[in-house]
Design a protein around this ligand. Structure first.
Ligand code: AHM
Ligand code: MG
Length: 334
């Protein structure tokens, strides 16, 4: 394949447009709108420590969690740029109770719906740890005014998905079902440039990521798997290392690059798991599968789950294929 390293995200999506002859450039445009929104969010994330934008607003979002100002800002920017771009007829956000129908002129001619978590891992904002924006794109299935059926599609129907990580550098990682590519933001020119072409994740990783403080609230098979991760078996590279930031984008990004498993199981406190199917697990599952990994809820492929509600939660076991399969074997044996 031609060495495209260093080319900008905009140039890259235009070049790859030929992979989607039916898309007529709309999807490329939509991806560029999301990249633009993320650059605006990035600017604000970077100055979060400098301006009086940190801190709680005192209101709770639809999940009952405390909302921080930067979450609201990120949410507003995503909505604004998606509306202005004209390629999106409806959207769903972690920060909005109901899905949003774009009512602007011509919006109903737009082909796509976008689901997003505008700023995931927001509990990390005020400690300077990495956070991210996650997005998932589908073609609409209705005609006329968009309906909930456009929003509640199984993950296997995604046409594109990705995340932007606001970390030591800012990166956009995305897939359109043709492999996974990562672009690093060059702040001197304000462009995402191809830095990680064709990301593949190791089949056997050495990292497990889970909130160990919840050990007593896990199902037995998860406790057994984590004990297995800690065993001394030199030939199998065990014990694995435990790494957990508490920011899904950061934890998954590291595991995608280095190889590993990310686990958010059902717990006694959160029997359906904590993470959301439509704008957290599905887009991450699409990326990880495209990189050669696997994502399940313990029984089903994440992307095969038929959603029933916008803010649906699912347990998630995601990452290096052999690690996920090992955890599934522990579940099957319980
Ligand atoms: P958020 O969308 O409200 O930020 O919550 C999601 C985050 C994920 O980024 C992370 O994986 C998880 O919550 C951490 O949860 P916990 O603190 O229970 O380990
Ligand atoms: Mg989130």
């Amino acid at each position: 394949m031609q060495d495209l390293k260093g080319i900008t995200f905009d140039e890259y999506v235009i070049l790859r447009q030929k992979d989607f002859p039916s898309a007529q450039g709309d999807l490329s445009k939509l991806l560029r709108d999301i990249a633009l929104a993320s650059k605006v969010i990035n600017r604000e994330v970077n100055k979060a420590g400098l301006v009086d934008i940190l801190g709680m607003t005192g209101v709770r979002n639809v999940q009952g969690e405390e909302v921080q100002k930067l979450d609201e800002y990120a949410n507003e920017q995503m909505i604004k740029y998606l509306k202005a771009g004209g390629q999106c007829c409806a959207m769903g956000s972690e920060e909005e109770e109901d899905f949003i129908i774009v009512t602007d002129e011509h919006a109903q001619e737009a082909h796509y719906v976008v689901l997003f978590d505008p700023l995931d891992g927001s509990s990390n904002i005020d400690v300077n740890a990495s956070i991210g924006t996650i997005f998932s794109i589908y073609k609409r299935v209705s005609t006329g005014i968009p309906t909930i059926h456009d929003i509640l599609q199984a993950g296997k129907h995604q046409v594109a998905a990705g995340y932007v990580i606001y970390g030591s550098s800012t990166m956009m990682v995305y897939t359109t079902g043709n492999g996974v590519n990562g672009f690093t933001l060059d702040p001197t020119i304000g462009e995402f440039c191809l830095s990680h072409p064709n990301i593949q994740t190791a089949a056997n990783g050495k990292i497990y990521s889970i909130n160990e403080g919840e050990t007593n609230n896990w199902p037995q098979y998860v406790r057994d798997y984590v004990s297995y991760c800690k065993e001394n078996v030199k030939d199998e590279n065990r014990p694995y290392s435990h790494r957990y930031i508490g920011s899904m984008v950061a934890d998954l990004h590291r595991n995608l690059i280095k190889g590993g498993i990310f686990i958010y199981p059902p717990t006694t406190k959160a029997p359906k798991g904590k993470l959301r199917l439509l704008y957290e697990c599905n887009p991450m599952a699409f990326l990880v599968e495209q990189a050669g990994g696997k994502a399940t809820d313990g029984l089903n492929r994440i992307m095969d789950i038929e959603p029933t509600e916008l803010h649906q939660r699912v347990p998630v076991y995601i990452g290096s294929k052999n690690m996920v399969e090992k955890l599934e074997a522990f579940k099957a044996a319980e």
